[in-house]
Write a protein that binds this ligand. Structure first.
Ligand SMILES: *Cc1c(COP(=O)(O)O)cnc(C)c1O
Length: 314
């Protein structure tokens, strides 16, 4: 019921002309399964691995209102696989994702953040004792498989550039666990091109956030006869996280409203709207002018609707 090998997602031009730059957007929110997004791009590969390993059930970790858990539980339900979600009690708030996760019949096991590791082990043990062969997907689709999903995305970007004889000087995108960013950086190293990949942190601070991206890059490249990447290669920008995950301000709401009105594209306050606003602030601060800039829409369409009521006219 979903496409195993997803087609390249569309790239199109935006009406935004800030600082005489040309802005393009890659619509990973339009990946045709469960409202798309970067979690869909990653999850498709994890489910291929699950099938290759002959597993018959899935265990993952994440907030039971997250994009990741929505997509994993939707794919599991479509395949008739049992799905367990180990979920931290601390971050839970009911939203449209959590309602869908309930609808998909995933079993949500709540525990405190400190008990996550033990709880995952326990769930896997119980499943094995019942004769199941469970497959574990790391939170957010982190890890080599998740990184590979964005190596593929980079390949699509490269092909787009070659076909149209144009060149992106920058790629901006929201960065969380850093898997998306690590994949794009690895793609750039493997397939070539001269551009800056700039991850706009939506939560984590440096040096931790950047270090996770850095180690994901080198984990992926290990054994590939590629040069070790140094830390100063990683542009993980934490200047626009505000007070942390999920925090937003009026300027972010205004950014979301403008992109919806002018280009008909939905952004959200946690990831894409926050990163798009951060990107413009970064461009202003660093006086980037007259460049081709690609923004990756990492998805989360249901999240757009959570804040729709706040997008008011003055
Ligand atoms: C999870 C998520 C991200 C962060 O992706 P990482 O690969 O963890 O950095 C960005 N945008 C959206 C919409 C997400 O759901």
């Amino acid at each position: 019921m979903y496409t195993e090998n997803i087609n390249p997602t569309p790239i199109h031009i935006l009406s935004e002309r800030f600082n005489n730059n040309t802005f393009f957007i890659k619509r990973d929110d339009l990946i045709p399964f469960s409202f798309g997004g970067n979690k869909a791009r990653k999850a498709v590969l994890f489910f291929e691995d699950l099938r290759a390993k002959g597993c018959d059930s899935v265990v993952t970790y994440g907030s039971s209102n997250s994009n990741h858990c929505r997509i994993v539980s939707n794919i599991a339900a479509s395949k008739g696989l049992l799905c367990y979600i180990v979920s931290p009690v601390e971050t839970y708030r009911s939203n449209l994702n959590s309602k869908m996760i309930e609808l998909f019949g995933a079993k949500v096991i709540r525990c405190s953040v400190s008990e996550v590791r033990d709880t995952i082990d326990k769930v896997e043990r119980v499943l094995k004792n019942k004769g199941y062969n469970p497959y574990f997907i790391p939170g957010g689709g982190h890890g080599k498989i998740g990184t590979h999903a964005y190596v593929n995305a980079y390949k699509e970007i490269k092909k787009y550039e070659n076909d149209r004889n144009l060149h992106f000087d920058y790629i901006f995108h929201p960065s969380g666990t850093g898997t998306t960013q690590a994949g794009l950086i690895c793609g750039l190293l493997i397939y070539g091109g001269k551009k800056k990949i700039i991850g706009m942190s939506i939560a984590r601070r440096n040096p931790y956030g950047g270090k996770v991206v850095h180690s994901s890059v080198n984990e992926y490249l290990m054994g590939m006869d590629m040069e070790y990447v140094t830390f100063d290669h990683i542009n993980f920008i934490d200047d626009y996280v505000l007070d942390g995950y999920g925090m937003y301000n009026d300027a972010i709401l205004e950014t979301i409203k403008q992109l919806l009105i002018k280009d008909g594209i939905p952004l959200d306050t946690t990831y894409t709207g926050k990163a798009f606003w951060g990107m413009k602030e970064y461009i202003k601060k660093n006086q980037i002018k007259g460049k081709n800039i690609l923004f990756i829409h990492t998805g989360g369409t249901p999240l757009f609707f959570n804040n729709l009521g706040e997008l008011k006219n003055e």
